[in-house]
Ligand binder design. Structure first.
Ligand SMILES: [Fe+2]
Ligand SMILES: [Fe+2]
Length: 423
């Protein structure tokens, strides 16, 4: 962490955060949506569809974070943290009220909170549901286990994943459009308050983790475990219905722009916490940190669209470009330290319906290449689709091996190293 970033985190105090909450209180009930109804009617059909898609995620999300924050107040180790979290819970309820008013009064959807929420449900995609189901389960876990590692995991999921990685990038883009166009004044005013509140919440999460993580390997390990579980879902959150790119283009941006903005913002936060993503174990975030954020975003989106990452049950593409992207990320996910000093270790993949690839681990580095390698230490055979389903965690590897949908060959020692290499 640079000196400037560290100073920024240590300079923010819980008292500052609380003071900022008092100073930026606002009323969701006083917002005037009168002109927004006209603004809504003046949007094109695709703009309305897109806004419904994104704001459904916001409304459902605000409702969920309101419901799930109370165990955090109980588990927080410091009084100041408990006080701040109590203010945050009020904020989240106010955000939910704001979105409910927007849906009811501008979109004309639903009546009470429950019926309006039901209206948003069909808009929620696979990746989004996975993250929020996890947030529900996390609240239950934190009720039973108030330990510091569990608290660090819970703050990571809530403040760093849901708020910093999902809500903030989404807010950033659509808010810009409406502020520029001036067509939704009530909504724009509310969103400005919401994003200021969220910045404060994220600032709190960064502060808490910067106090806990650098001191504790146990807490770091808990956070690694959570990130490895959740990050694969995150790449699917902003996939528009039917991959229709007009959903973002109608507001003047590309899917890659949101993802790149999100990558940059999130990386900065982990740096400020004192646990940069580059220092996390391989496999937690197997992206190429040397590449520009836009380039990284493009690779992740290409792989999701090709069906090799993200939602299970797709027919994955096996073109040379997609195989290269996929195996490059596989090679970043392995820990070459496992075979250190024991000469090159080679893994051969053979697919019934796709080109073979292999992996060479030697001298502390790993590389994946197309084609066959002479005398592989371990050979794995499968169909491309089964192999991808196992990679997504949708088809448990032991079951796939038992059913012979996945066949592994190699000496016992090499198979053991293979298992350790891939966690
Ligand atoms: Fe919120
Ligand atoms: Fe929040």
């Amino acid at each position: 962490m640079s000196v400037a970033e560290h100073n920024l985190t240590s300079r923010i105090t819980y008292t500052d955060l609380y003071r900022r909450w008092e100073q930026s209180n606002w009323s969701a009930m006083d917002l005037d949506f009168g002109a927004d109804r006209e603004g809504w009617a003046s949007l094109s059909e695709i703009q309305r569809k897109s806004a419904l898609w994104i704001y459904s995620m916001f409304f459902y999300g605000e409702d969920s974070v309101t419901d799930n924050l109370s165990p955090y107040i109980d588990a927080a180790p410091k009084e100041e943290q408990k006080y701040f979290l109590a203010t945050q819970q009020v904020d989240e309820a106010r955000h939910a009220i704001f979105f409910h008013r927007f849906f009811k009064e501008v979109v004309g959807a639903g009546d009470d909170v429950a019926t309006t929420l039901a209206y948003t449900e069909p808009q929620l995609g696979w990746g989004y549901r996975k993250v929020f189901d996890r947030l529900d389960r996390m609240a239950g876990e934190l009720r039973r286990d108030r330990s510091l590692p569990k608290f660090a995991q819970a703050i990571t999921l809530y403040h760093l994943i849901v708020e910093a990685s999902m809500a903030q990038p989404g807010q950033h883009f659509i808010e810009d459009y409406f502020v520029r166009s001036g067509t939704m004044p009530g909504f724009s005013a509310g969103m400005e308050h919401v994003s200021r509140d969220e910045q404060r919440h994220i600032g709190f999460g960064v502060k808490v983790l910067s106090e806990i993580l650098p001191e504790s390997d146990e807490c770091k390990a808990a956070v690694d475990e959570l990130l490895a579980e959740v990050l694969p879902w995150l790449s699917s959150v902003f996939i528009p219905p039917n991959w229709d790119r007009e959903y973002t283009r109608c507001y003047g941006f590309e899917l890659e722009d949101i993802a790149a903005w999100g990558f940059k913002a999130v990386e900065m936060k982990w740096k400020a916490i004192g646990y940069p993503m580059q220092e996390m174990p391989p496999g937690v975030a197997p992206v190429d940190f040397d590449a520009e954020p836009l380039e990284r975003a493009a690779s992740v989106i290409k792989m999701a669209q090709a069906g090799v990452i993200g939602e299970p049950g797709q027919d994955p593409d096996s073109s040379p470009e997609i195989q290269r992207l996929y195996f490059e990320s596989v090679s970043r996910a392995v820990d070459p330290g496992v075979v250190n000093g024991q000469g090159p270790f080679t893994v051969q993949w053979r697919f019934a319906d796709a080109a073979p690839w292999h992996l060479v681990v030697a001298n502390g580095s790993t590389r994946a290449e197309p084609g066959e390698v002479a005398d592989p230490d371990v050979t794995l055979e499968a169909s491309w689709r089964d192999f991808i389903e196992v990679g997504k965690g949708a088809y448990p590897a032991p079951l796939a091996l038992l059913r012979r949908r996945l066949r592994l060959r190699g000496g016992p020692r090499d198979l053991y190293r293979f298992a350790r290499l891939f966690g």
